[in-house]
Design a protein. Structure first.
Length: 452
C-alpha cells in the first residue's frame, strides 16, 4: 500500500474538538457564570475565575478530569475562542486556584449549574403516574492506594469516596453531586441534601415529585419530612433489620395475594399501614410488602429448609390509585440511576479525583474535590442537553434508536468532530469535511443553542 506523507501546516489551523463551540454556548448564554463569579469572588489581577473554571469544564466535557490535561490547550486558539476565555491557565495555576477558593466557588458553581437548567428550559419528562422522579442515591468511587483527604473504607469494601447524587426526570438531570467520605453513612446530613434537592427540582418542574430512596434512608424523619413537603410523594425501600421472616410468612398466608412464578417459588403481595408519632403528631404510612418463599432452586434442586425473603417499600401513594404491583415497578425504575453513576465515573473520568492533598496538608483537598464533583455535574448536564438536541433526531449520525444517549456517545459524536478553524474579515468559521457524518447534527444543535 502507498504510504502517507505526514506534514504540519504553518498557515492552517485545525481542531479535533469542534464540539466545544456547543459547550461555550451553554456556558455563556445560559449559565451566567461570568457575572456570578465576578460578583461573588472579586479578583484584582491574574487570570479571571471564569477563565479558570471554563477552561477546566472544557477539558471535562472532553472526558478528561486531570489538571495536567489543560496543558494541551494553552496554545489552542480555538479552545479559547469556543469557550470565550481570555487566557488558559497552566495546570499548576488551575490546581492552585481551585485549592485556594474551593469553598467560596462551590455555592456559586452550584447555583449557576441550576440556573443553566432553568434558563435552557430543559425538558423534564414525568413517569406514567404524572410524577417527576427524583432519585437520590450514594455510589462508591474507588480511590485505593491514595492518601487523599476523606478517603476511607466504603460499603463496597474498598477505600474511596461515597458521593451522593440527585437525578431528576427520565432524562436524569443531575441537580446535586455531593462528595462524601467513604465511611460516611448515607443518612448523615441527608436532610440538608434533601431540602436543597427539592428546592432545585421545583425550579425545574411544576409537576408533583416522586422521591425514591433505598433502604439506607429508611428513617422516620425522612418519611415525615416528605409527608409534610408540598406536592411530594415518596417510595423508600424498607429496611427489615431484625424482623422475623416466619412471622411475616404466617401473616402473608392470611392476608397476601399469592402467585407462583415457577415451580418451588411463591410470592405474596399485600399492604400494611403503620402509625408513627413525632413531636406528639401521628402520621399514617403505607408499606407494600412482598414475601417470597422458595422451596426449590431455579435449577430444580429441592431445599431442605424453605428460603423466605421479605421486602417492603414505604410510600405515600394511596392504594386506591396505586396498587402494590405498581409501587414495586416504580421503585425498580430507581435502578436507572446506576447508569448515570457509571457515566460520571467512566465517561467523565472522575472516579479517581484529581486533588491528591493528604489529610496533613495545609490545603483542604476534600473541598477541591467536592468542587470538582459539582463541576462534573455541570458538565454532565451540558453534555446531556447537547445529546438530547443533536443525537435523537432523524438527521443525527447513524446510531440505534434510543430515548437518550450516553455521555460517552455525545463526546464521541459531537465533541470530537474535526474541523478547520478560519478567521477572515473579523468573522470566525468552522469548516467541516464534506463527508463529516455529524455535521447536520452539529449544525442544528448549534442553531438551537444560539437562538434558544
Amino acid at each position: 500500500m502507498k504510504r502517507f506523507i505526514l506534514e504540519q501546516s504553518e498557515t492552517e489551523f485545525y481542531t479535533s474538538h469542534s464540539g466545544l463551540a456547543l459547550v461555550g454556548l451553554c456556558l455563556n448564554r445560559y449559565g451566567q457564570l461570568n457575572q456570578a463569579l465576578k460578583k461573588g469572588i472579586p479578583l484584582r489581577h491574574g487570570i479571571s475565575h471564569a477563565d479558570v473554571i471554563k477552561s477546566y469544564m472544557g477539558t471535562l466535557c472532553l472526558g478528561k478530569s486531570d489538571f495536567e490535561a489543560i496543558e494541551n490547550h494553552r496554545d489552542d486558539d480555538y479552545f479559547k475562542t469556543a469557550l470565550a476565555i481570555q487566557q488558559v491557565p497552566s495546570s499548576a495555576r488551575l490546581r492552585q486556584r481551585l485549592d485556594e477558593h474551593a469553598k467560596a466557588l462551590l455555592p456559586i458553581i452550584y447555583q449557576s449549574h441550576i440556573d443553566f437548567l432553568v434558563h435552557a428550559q430543559v425538558p423534564v419528562t414525568p413517569l406514567t403516574t404524572g410524577h417527576v422522579a427524583l432519585d437520590i442515591d450514594v455510589y462508591p468511587m474507588n480511590n485505593e492506594k491514595a492518601r487523599k483527604e476523606g478517603v476511607s473504607r466504603t460499603y463496597k469494601g474498598f477505600d474511596g469516596y461515597a458521593p451522593m447524587a440527585l437525578y431528576l426526570g427520565k432524562e436524569g438531570w443531575c441537580i446535586g453531586n455531593e462528595l462524601r467520605e467513604g465511611k460516611q453513612h448515607c443518612q448523615y446530613e441527608f436532610r440538608y441534601s434533601l431540602e436543597r434537592g427539592l428546592a432545585a427540582a421545583k425550579r425545574l418542574t411544576t409537576l408533583p415529585l416522586l422521591v425514591r430512596l433505598d433502604s439506607g434512608h429508611d428513617a422516620l424523619d425522612n418519611r415525615i419530612d416528605l409527608h409534610e413537603a408540598d406536592q411530594v410523594d415518596f417510595i423508600i425501600k424498607w429496611n427489615p433489620r431484625k424482623q422475623d421472616a416466619d412471622v411475616w410468612l404466617a401473616y402473608a398466608e392470611q392476608h397476601g395475594q399469592w402467585t407462583s412464578p415457577r415451580e418451588g417459588k411463591r410470592v405474596a403481595l399485600f399492604s400494611v399501614t403503620d402509625e408513627q408519632t413525632r413531636h406528639g403528631k401521628t402520621y399514617p404510612c403505607r408499606r407494600v410488602m412482598q414475601i417470597t418463599e422458595r422451596t426449590m432452586t431455579p435449577q430444580g434442586q429441592l431445599l431442605l429448609v424453605p428460603d423466605i425473603e421479605i421486602e417492603g417499600w414505604w410510600t405515600s401513594l394511596q392504594p386506591a390509585n396505586y396498587d402494590d404491583t405498581l409501587i414495586i415497578a416504580l421503585y425498580r425504575d430507581h435502578a436507572t440511576a446506576e447508569q448515570f453513576h457509571s457515566e460520571f465515573k467512566t465517561d467523565l473520568d472522575i472516579e479517581r479525583l484529581p486533588s491528591g492533598k493528604p489529610v496533613q496538608s495545609e490545603v483542604e483537598g476534600f473541598a477541591t474535590n467536592d468542587l470538582i464533583m459539582t463541576l462534573s455535574a455541570y458538565s454532565y448536564n451540558i453534555l446531556r442537553w447537547i445529546g438530547l438536541i443533536g443525537l435523537l433526531g432523524e438527521q443525527n449520525p447513524v446510531r440505534h434508536p434510543a430515548k437518550r444517549r450516553r455521555i460517552k456517545t455525545v463526546i464521541q459524536e459531537l465533541m470530537y468532530l474535526a474541523a478547520r478553524f478560519v478567521r477572515s474579515s473579523h468573522r470566525q468559521k468552522l469548516r467541516f469535511s464534506q463527508c463529516c457524518p455529524g455535521f447536520i447534527a452539529f449544525e442544528s444543535t448549534y442553531a438551537k443553542l444560539a437562538v434558544g
